[in-house]
Design a protein around this ligand. Structure first.
Ligand SMILES: [Fe+2]
Length: 202
Protein backbone atom coordinates (compact mmCIF):
# COMPACT_ATOMS: atom_id res chain seq x y z
CA UNK A 1 0.00 0.00 0.00
CA UNK A 2 2.84 2.32 0.99
CA UNK A 3 4.67 1.48 -2.28
CA UNK A 4 1.59 2.29 -4.30
CA UNK A 5 1.25 5.64 -2.52
CA UNK A 6 4.92 6.38 -3.33
CA UNK A 7 4.39 5.52 -6.98
CA UNK A 8 1.33 7.78 -7.18
CA UNK A 9 3.22 10.65 -5.51
CA UNK A 10 6.21 10.19 -7.82
CA UNK A 11 4.06 10.16 -10.93
CA UNK A 12 2.15 13.25 -9.73
CA UNK A 13 5.38 15.15 -9.20
CA UNK A 14 6.62 14.00 -12.63
CA UNK A 15 3.40 15.33 -14.17
CA UNK A 16 3.85 18.63 -12.32
CA UNK A 17 7.40 18.92 -13.64
CA UNK A 18 6.30 18.22 -17.22
CA UNK A 19 3.50 20.77 -16.94
CA UNK A 20 5.89 23.30 -15.41
CA UNK A 21 8.36 22.77 -18.24
CA UNK A 22 5.59 23.12 -20.81
CA UNK A 23 4.48 26.41 -19.23
CA UNK A 24 8.05 27.70 -19.24
CA UNK A 25 8.41 26.58 -22.88
CA UNK A 26 5.30 28.51 -23.92
CA UNK A 27 6.29 31.59 -21.88
CA UNK A 28 9.71 31.70 -23.55
CA UNK A 29 8.13 31.23 -26.98
CA UNK A 30 6.04 34.34 -26.30
CA UNK A 31 9.23 36.17 -25.26
CA UNK A 32 11.16 35.31 -28.43
CA UNK A 33 8.06 36.02 -30.55
CA UNK A 34 7.96 39.57 -29.12
CA UNK A 35 11.75 39.83 -29.61
CA UNK A 36 11.70 38.77 -33.27
CA UNK A 37 8.84 41.15 -34.04
CA UNK A 38 10.66 44.02 -32.32
CA UNK A 39 13.77 43.19 -34.39
CA UNK A 40 11.86 43.50 -37.65
CA UNK A 41 11.45 47.18 -36.69
CA UNK A 42 14.91 47.69 -35.15
CA UNK A 43 17.09 46.11 -37.89
CA UNK A 44 15.98 48.58 -40.62
CA UNK A 45 17.17 51.43 -38.34
CA UNK A 46 20.54 49.70 -37.95
CA UNK A 47 20.79 49.23 -41.75
CA UNK A 48 20.13 52.95 -42.33
CA UNK A 49 23.07 53.81 -40.09
CA UNK A 50 25.81 51.54 -41.46
CA UNK A 51 28.39 52.58 -44.03
CA UNK A 52 29.99 49.20 -44.83
CA UNK A 53 28.33 47.64 -47.89
CA UNK A 54 29.06 44.15 -46.58
CA UNK A 55 27.47 44.90 -43.24
CA UNK A 56 24.47 46.42 -44.98
CA UNK A 57 24.10 43.23 -47.04
CA UNK A 58 24.42 40.95 -43.98
CA UNK A 59 21.84 42.93 -41.98
CA UNK A 60 19.44 43.10 -44.93
CA UNK A 61 19.60 39.36 -45.37
CA UNK A 62 19.13 38.84 -41.62
CA UNK A 63 16.09 41.14 -41.69
CA UNK A 64 14.50 38.84 -44.25
CA UNK A 65 15.37 35.81 -42.09
CA UNK A 66 13.89 37.54 -39.03
CA UNK A 67 10.59 38.08 -40.85
CA UNK A 68 10.58 34.37 -41.71
CA UNK A 69 11.40 33.49 -38.10
CA UNK A 70 8.29 35.41 -36.97
CA UNK A 71 6.15 33.29 -39.32
CA UNK A 72 7.98 30.15 -38.21
CA UNK A 73 7.13 30.91 -34.58
CA UNK A 74 3.47 31.37 -35.55
CA UNK A 75 3.61 27.92 -37.18
CA UNK A 76 5.21 26.56 -34.04
CA UNK A 77 2.47 27.94 -31.77
CA UNK A 78 -0.06 26.26 -34.01
CA UNK A 79 1.75 22.88 -33.91
CA UNK A 80 1.53 22.87 -30.10
CA UNK A 81 -2.11 23.99 -30.14
CA UNK A 82 -1.47 27.47 -28.70
CA UNK A 83 -2.34 30.94 -29.91
CA UNK A 84 0.61 33.07 -31.06
CA UNK A 85 0.79 35.69 -28.33
CA UNK A 86 3.65 38.11 -27.65
CA UNK A 87 5.01 38.87 -24.21
CA UNK A 88 7.45 41.76 -23.89
CA UNK A 89 11.05 40.57 -23.65
CA UNK A 90 12.74 42.96 -21.21
CA UNK A 91 16.15 41.62 -22.22
CA UNK A 92 15.61 42.23 -25.95
CA UNK A 93 14.05 45.64 -25.25
CA UNK A 94 17.27 46.51 -23.37
CA UNK A 95 19.52 45.25 -26.18
CA UNK A 96 17.60 47.28 -28.77
CA UNK A 97 17.81 50.35 -26.53
CA UNK A 98 21.57 49.84 -26.29
CA UNK A 99 21.86 49.60 -30.09
CA UNK A 100 20.04 52.92 -30.43
CA UNK A 101 22.35 54.53 -27.88
CA UNK A 102 25.46 53.28 -29.73
CA UNK A 103 24.13 54.82 -32.95
CA UNK A 104 23.41 58.09 -31.18
CA UNK A 105 26.79 58.28 -29.44
CA UNK A 106 29.00 57.51 -32.47
CA UNK A 107 29.14 59.48 -35.65
CA UNK A 108 28.51 57.80 -38.99
CA UNK A 109 31.53 55.74 -40.10
CA UNK A 110 33.76 52.83 -39.15
CA UNK A 111 33.35 53.14 -35.40
CA UNK A 112 29.55 53.31 -35.58
CA UNK A 113 29.65 50.27 -37.88
CA UNK A 114 31.75 48.41 -35.30
CA UNK A 115 29.25 49.42 -32.58
CA UNK A 116 26.35 48.15 -34.69
CA UNK A 117 28.15 44.81 -35.09
CA UNK A 118 28.65 44.68 -31.32
CA UNK A 119 24.95 45.39 -30.70
CA UNK A 120 23.96 42.88 -33.39
CA UNK A 121 26.12 40.15 -31.88
CA UNK A 122 24.63 40.73 -28.42
CA UNK A 123 21.19 40.26 -29.98
CA UNK A 124 22.33 37.07 -31.76
CA UNK A 125 23.74 35.63 -28.56
CA UNK A 126 20.45 36.25 -26.75
CA UNK A 127 18.58 34.52 -29.56
CA UNK A 128 21.04 31.61 -29.70
CA UNK A 129 20.62 31.08 -25.93
CA UNK A 130 16.83 31.24 -26.18
CA UNK A 131 16.42 29.04 -29.25
CA UNK A 132 19.02 26.58 -27.94
CA UNK A 133 17.17 26.17 -24.63
CA UNK A 134 13.75 26.03 -26.30
CA UNK A 135 15.10 23.32 -28.57
CA UNK A 136 16.16 21.16 -25.64
CA UNK A 137 12.78 21.76 -23.91
CA UNK A 138 10.96 20.73 -27.10
CA UNK A 139 13.01 17.51 -27.25
CA UNK A 140 12.20 16.71 -23.62
CA UNK A 141 8.52 17.41 -24.19
CA UNK A 142 8.46 15.25 -27.33
CA UNK A 143 7.35 18.16 -29.53
CA UNK A 144 9.03 16.89 -32.70
CA UNK A 145 7.61 19.45 -35.12
CA UNK A 146 8.71 22.23 -32.79
CA UNK A 147 12.20 20.68 -32.64
CA UNK A 148 12.59 20.95 -36.42
CA UNK A 149 11.36 24.56 -36.52
CA UNK A 150 13.54 25.67 -33.61
CA UNK A 151 16.61 23.98 -35.07
CA UNK A 152 16.16 25.96 -38.27
CA UNK A 153 15.98 29.33 -36.51
CA UNK A 154 18.86 28.42 -34.18
CA UNK A 155 21.11 27.60 -37.15
CA UNK A 156 20.19 30.87 -38.86
CA UNK A 157 21.08 32.87 -35.73
CA UNK A 158 24.40 31.03 -35.41
CA UNK A 159 25.40 31.69 -39.00
CA UNK A 160 24.30 35.30 -38.77
CA UNK A 161 26.48 35.73 -35.68
CA UNK A 162 29.46 34.16 -37.49
CA UNK A 163 28.91 36.44 -40.46
CA UNK A 164 29.03 39.51 -38.20
CA UNK A 165 32.27 38.24 -36.63
CA UNK A 166 33.82 37.76 -40.08
CA UNK A 167 32.86 41.28 -41.18
CA UNK A 168 34.29 42.73 -37.98
CA UNK A 169 37.60 40.91 -38.40
CA UNK A 170 37.92 41.23 -42.18
CA UNK A 171 36.93 44.81 -42.80
CA UNK A 172 35.82 47.11 -40.03
CA UNK A 173 38.45 46.39 -37.39
CA UNK A 174 41.08 46.38 -40.14
CA UNK A 175 39.93 49.80 -41.36
CA UNK A 176 40.02 51.11 -37.81
CA UNK A 177 43.62 49.83 -37.54
CA UNK A 178 44.48 51.61 -40.80
CA UNK A 179 43.07 54.82 -39.38
CA UNK A 180 45.16 54.30 -36.27
CA UNK A 181 48.30 53.83 -38.37
CA UNK A 182 47.64 57.07 -40.24
CA UNK A 183 47.17 58.93 -36.98
CA UNK A 184 50.42 57.37 -35.65
CA UNK A 185 52.37 58.97 -38.48
CA UNK A 186 51.47 62.37 -37.10
CA UNK A 187 51.62 61.44 -33.42
CA UNK A 188 54.35 58.82 -32.79
CA UNK A 189 53.62 58.87 -29.03
CA UNK A 190 50.18 57.35 -29.77
CA UNK A 191 51.89 54.31 -31.29
CA UNK A 192 54.06 53.84 -28.20
CA UNK A 193 51.03 54.15 -25.94
CA UNK A 194 49.08 51.56 -27.96
CA UNK A 195 52.06 49.22 -27.91
CA UNK A 196 52.15 49.48 -24.12
CA UNK A 197 48.42 48.77 -23.90
CA UNK A 198 48.62 45.78 -26.23
CA UNK A 199 51.22 44.23 -23.96
CA UNK A 200 48.82 44.21 -21.02
CA UNK A 201 47.12 40.88 -20.56
CA UNK A 202 43.42 40.89 -19.79
FE1 LIG B 1 16.08 36.11 -35.04
Amino acid sequence: MKDMKNTVTKSKSKNDTTQGLRNLFVAQLKDIYWAEKALTKAIPKMIKNVTSAELNKALTSHLKQTEEQVTRLEDLFSTIGKKAIEKKSDAMAGLIKEAKRIIKENKRGIVRDAGIILAGQKVEHYEIATYGTLLSFAKTLGENEAVALLEKSLNEEKSSNEKLSQIAVASINKDATEENKKADEFQPERKEKRKELSEIEY
